[in-house]
Design a protein around this ligand. Structure first.
Ligand code: ATP
Length: 288
């Protein structure tokens, strides 16, 4: 195989709790992750040795800082591959949004190297390499609905999220993940989300129960500094969302809707109010 096209999907967090901190600064988390139907498309080609990245996204680093580059370099070194890879990235996932856009591109690149260079690695072996790139990379390799623990490398696949419509809106602000975690470290966490209750609701195919239990311990920090997060949530709830939450460290907000019409109307309202420009009506995607 000389070339290959892969879709790299974004995620949202239905539940995100921080339960500890390691001395190296990593946080111990308990999160319920869900793949959504927003994806980057990556075109891979074998090269003689170099790693080259091109993209239609103007604002991304395309050199050694890109997670695609890091993933390819890691595989080259770990498995002593002489060849390289040329990658064209069609970027559709909002950048620095709390949707694991970089991690999912890195995960897709690990998979592509495995296939293009016939390494025969299992998903588990790819995940072991993936965690060296970033805490969300192992989950991005698996996809679907999963409980993520440890620093993100302990994954338990769950039954798929029940059918629903998701409205996703990314406001035009840049949130520093580092700032959000630092703020969180400096305070007592008053309210932990009900991660186990969320898991039970999902496994019981109870969308309303899942919507009621949405919770993200990072939301308080981000929404305090950027009130636009709460404004978008409110528009979604007023428009009939069963629940709404910020994903990851933000600033992306999503809402769970029963009907597509209501989700579209809420999306239009958010656009008209100038709260966000990147707005998607999508749905949960199951793994594999
Ligand atoms: P997470 O949810 O894992 O915290 P995120 O959605 O907040 O991720 P990303 O979209 O992954 O954030 O981008 C964070 C930074 O990573 C960007 O500012 C960008 O400079 C860098 N980056 C490196 N490679 C990529 C990539 N392939 N796609 C997007 N960003 C990348």
């Amino acid at each position: 195989m000389d070339d290959l096209v892969l879709k790299a999907y974004a995620k949202i967090n239905l539940s995100l709790d921080v339960v500890g901190r390691l001395t190296n600064g990593y946080h111990l988390v308990r999160m319920i992750m869900q793949t959504v139907g927003i994806c980057d498309i990556l075109h891979f080609k074998r090269t003689d040795g170099e790693i080259q990245i091109t993209s239609d996204a103007g604002d991304l680093p395309l050199g050694e800082d890109n997670l695609i580059y890091k993933a390819a370099a890691l595989m080259k070194e770990r498995y002593q591959i002489k060849g390289g890879i040329a990658v064209h990235l069609e970027k559709n996932i909002p950048v620095a949004a709390g949707m694991a856009g970089g991690s999912t591109d890195g995960a897709a690149t690990l998979k592509a190297m495995n296939l293009l260079y016939d390494l025969g690695l299992s998903e588990e072996e790819l995940c072991e390499q993936g965690v060296r790139l970033g805490a969300d990379v192992p989950y991005c390799i698996l996809g679907g609905t999963a409980l993520s623990e440890g620093i993100g490398e302990v994954l338990t696949p769950l039954s798929p999220m029940p059918d629903c419509v998701l409205l996703v809106a990314k406001p035009d602000i840049n949130v520093s993940t580092k700032y959000v975690y630092e703020q969180l470290d400096s305070r007592e966490i008053a309210l932990h989300p009900d991660v186990d209750g969320m898991r039970t609701a999902i496994e019981g195919k109870d969308v309303a129960g899942a919507a009621r239990r949405l919770g993200n311990v990072l939301e308080t920090v981000t929404a305090e500094k950027y009130p636009i997060v709460s404004e978008i949530k409110q528009v979604m709830l007023d428009a009939g969302a069963m629940g709404s939450l910020m994903s990851g460290s933000g600033p992306t907000v999503f809402g769970i809707f029963a009907k597509e019409d209501a989700a579209r109307a809420a999306g239009e309202k958010i656009g008209e109010m100038g709260l966000a420009r990147q707005i998607f009506v999508t749905a949960p995607v199951s793994g594999r």
